[in-house]
Ligand binder design. Structure first.
Ligand SMILES: [Zn+2]
Length: 319
């Protein structure tokens, strides 16, 4: 079990003749259990619904997560991730079942989320701008959740996101190849592939982002870069695109006296101390900026010293 405390708000005040939202921050304590689960918070008061017998307006957070207690890895949705698993802010006038569901990202499905309640439906002209306020609250709650998880000592945090936009000319450099259902390597233009080779697009392997712990041990994925100069460069650009800056130093710079070079690639790595061929279906391959020397040395392991944030690849291949 994992306990996290969230705190979000305020700046969510809203007031008109029908409804009033408090301008106060909210503190919630959540418990995450082992496995893939839905977390539902306690209800907390967010305002008053004057137009409906002055009932208190209650809210509740609901989201899906995956917590691997043994490996101490948690996976949650990013704030811009459009999924029914993502953070949802449910609001309800106290003592009724008139729920409205507010998503962090897209509008969701109006028919499912607002349920055509006779009283509580904030997407009408009676409450202009309120949906925006509630969306901001849902987003703040999710950001607070991610921040709280990232502060838990020893916990690895995966955040599901959409991949950054990729130029068409770079697209095929990000394909991954599976041979006989086993990870074979990165796609190399000009190489002939056979009938037992499957190519996977970046969308099919992109899981999102990952935050390692400081000094987390990691090692190479064997066979991931036959030509690091070509393939690795594309992957480091993807990392740079995700984080908004180009890395300048090896993530595991001079760890254990290793002679790091200045040329960096986006290395495919796994946690632990042993370089490995990743089995099909693995959900735990990551991209970190590492030097060419580290990338070419499967005998040493590395530690996350200079960067803690990487790209998380999921390979549902074969599962
Ligand atoms: Zn290095």
């Amino acid at each position: 079990m994992l306990k996290v405390d969230l705190s979000f708000g305020s700046n969510f005040a809203y007031q008109n003749a029908f409804v009033e939202m408090h301008d106060r921050s909210h503190a919630l304590s959540l418990t995450l259990k082992d496995g893939k689960n839905t977390c539902t918070s306690d209800e907390f008061p967010v305002g008053v619904f004057h137009a409906f017998e002055g009932k208190r307006l209650l809210a509740q957070l609901k989201f899906q997560y995956d917590y691997d207690e043994k490996q101490n890895i948690v996976t949650v949705c990013g704030t811009d991730f459009e999924s029914s698993d993502a953070m949802c802010l449910k609001t309800v006038p106290e003592g009724t079942s008139e729920y409205c569901n507010q998503r962090t990202s897209s509008g969701g499905f109006a028919a499912d989320d607002l349920m055509h309640n006779p009283h509580w439906n904030y997407r009408t002209p009676l409450m202009p701008g309120l949906e925006d306020v509630l969306k901001k609250m849902a987003r703040a709650a999710n950001e607070s959740l991610i921040a709280a998880l990232k502060k838990v000592p020893g916990l690895t945090v995966k955040v599901r996101t959409h991949p950054p936009e990729i130029a068409p000319e770079d697209y095929n450099k990000l394909l991954t190849v599976y041979r006989d259902k086993k990870f074979h390597g990165l796609y190399e233009p000009g190489t002939e592939y056979g009938p037992t080779d499957d190519l996977f697009t970046i969308e099919s392997v992109w899981g999102g982002t990952v935050q390692f712990n400081f000094q987390e041990k990691f090692a190479n994925v064997i066979g991931s870069t036959n030509d690091p100069k070509i393939a690795g460069l594309t992957w480091i650009q993807l990392w740079a695109k995700q984080y908004g800056f180009y890395p300048t130093v090896c993530t595991s710079y001079q760890f254990n006296g290793f002679p790091c070079g200045n040329s960096l690639v986006g290395g495919h790595v796994v946690t632990g101390t042993v370089a490995t061929k990743v089995p099909a279906g693995s959900n735990s391959v990551y991209i970190f900026p590492i030097c060419v020397q580290h990338n070419n040395d499967d005998k040493v392991y590395m530690e996350a010293l200079k960067y803690l944030n990487g790209i998380w690849l999921k390979n549902y291949m074969g599962t």
